[in-house]
Design a protein around this ligand. Sequence first.
Ligand SMILES: Cc1cc2nc3c(=O)[nH]c(=O)nc-3n(C[C@H](O)[C@H](O)[C@H](O)COP(=O)(O)OP(=O)(O)OC[C@H]3O[C@@H](n4cnc5c(N)ncnc54)[C@H](O)[C@@H]3O)c2cc1C
Length: 558
Amino acid sequence: MTYVPQGNNPLLYQPGAEPIMHLDQATFTDTIFDPTKHNSFIVEFYADWCGHCRAFAPYYREFASLVSTWGEVTRVGAINCADAFNAQVCRDNGVAYFPMIKYFPRHSSGYNDGIILEAAHSGTNLRDQLANKILNEYSRMPYPDWPNFHYLDVNRQTKFEDLWKTVANNANYLVIIFEHFDGAGTEFMLNLFPYRALVGGRRALSSTPLVQMLQITTFPYVAMFKRGDQQAVFMGPYMTTTIQEIVNRIQPGQFSTPAPLQTTTRRKIDLVDCEKEPERCAGLYFTSETDMLKAMHSALHDEVIRTNDRIDGQNFTNLYNFVSLLAEHFPSLTFANSGTKRRLARQSTSMVLKKSERAKMVFAHMKQFLDQKSGMVTASEWKNQFESIERVYGHPFPVNATWQHCAGSFPEYRGYTCGLWSTFHTLTVHTYMDTIKNRKINPLKPLKAIQGWVNSFFGCQHCKQHFMHMTTVLFPMSERRVRHSHDMIMYLWRAHNIVNNRLHGDTTEDPQFTKYQFPPLFLCPTCHSGGHFSRRQVRNFLLRYYANIRPHHWSHSL
Ligand SMILES: Cc1cc2nc3c(=O)[nH]c(=O)nc-3n(C[C@H](O)[C@H](O)[C@H](O)COP(=O)(O)OP(=O)(O)OC[C@H]3O[C@@H](n4cnc5c(N)ncnc54)[C@H](O)[C@@H]3O)c2cc1C
């Protein structure tokens, strides 16, 4: 539980603080497929930047705490698939969305042995799903060193001693749980298992003759017997406190409470109050070269190589269109004073973005690589080519640098998805700027290239579904809406504001970066007029905001 996994990305769970085993590319196979182990595994495949995973984390934590005493039978693990270090193992596991929960039976020997569970937002639901999987496994492979989950077989010939057959010799007590078929008995047996040297456990069906003998009328119900004594020493309905009560009756002080849920005390941060200090707040908003390069490395490398090995058909076209857009319009210049068409035409105060210039060469090479591939490339070929080209250009993607504008006030906020949005907006603005004199540009093309990448490669499944629904049904990305070249900027602006509106108040919202309708008043007072946005002012603001890019070396020389 204390192992700190390799990789660069932040983790959603704290090593050592929770009963969750951290796995990574280096440990996954040896741990999960170890043929000598006695336990099964349940593993969450997550992405640290994924909103669904962040919202799911408290439930997984609660679940891990609930089953923390089941360690001899099953263990809880997690692996961060957003970390490039783990890309291969996540791909081998067929992780197509996040969070993905898989149960690996005790004798699993390969990735295909994992069984998918529902990532329910409830610790007890996850516990019940796990108990079910354990029971299914036991019904096929009744391991003698697991709890005896078989129902007691009681008939007229059964003697009292027969009930004790599988109870450890030194255990002087036996507890029987009576239940309707596959009720709470499995969980009870797993909870009782750590005390097997004191007390044995068995399950019995509500139809067994013992039920009549003991005059039990409600289920689930437990009865405890002492060795040699046919009279039950304790009887009562099964509740969450029953095991504790049983253990305390036998040997007071022996009951060990499951690992408590860690309430991590967060360092206090001083949030900037944007109403009181609008200028300070405005200073937190800028377009960062670092953020875009980090995001594009994940988008083209980590996300693409996690997909199925064969990239063909529509996925190939979508990859080709997106990498072409990057090769043509990813910004390699920053403009300090842009904002109106006239200023753009002068472009007098531009500066080269050195890393982006080299990154653009990587994009161009990757496009050429696809040109030679006639409609199909494998993820491994793509990975090898990408890694070799980025080496040739001196690793222009600062993957280990910290997020700049996209840094959250806590590690679980912002990051990659903020970097994606920033790049998407920047691409529309720079396509507009690059083609300002060429009226022949189809303004839908860059938007469709972005939509295609999201559809084929964005690992956040629910984001993808929402985005596709929005851009095809709610607010269609169509010729009617995107007629003029500046429409591509304004379409994405409005689409993003629809997402902001939906996510406002969501648990994933960074308290410092509230999901405003963008740009908020403190960033652009002139954009707001009579409770509405002035589209012309917004357009000029977006041109300024996304043309004026803070260079990587600027952020890292502070
Ligand atoms: C395609 C896509 C779909 C997503 N869908 C979901 C989803 O369904 N559910 C979910 O939980 N998360 C979703 N996300 C993630 C979510 O939108 C945010 O990225 C995440 O919550 C982090 O928010 P943030 O505060 O960093 O700001 P972000 O919303 O990521 O914005 C990044 C930056 O873009 C600028 N910006 C903000 N709004 C606009 C605008 N209207 N026009 C121009 N610039 C703007 C600001 O500088 C802002 O800081 C999606 C992300 C993407 C890329």
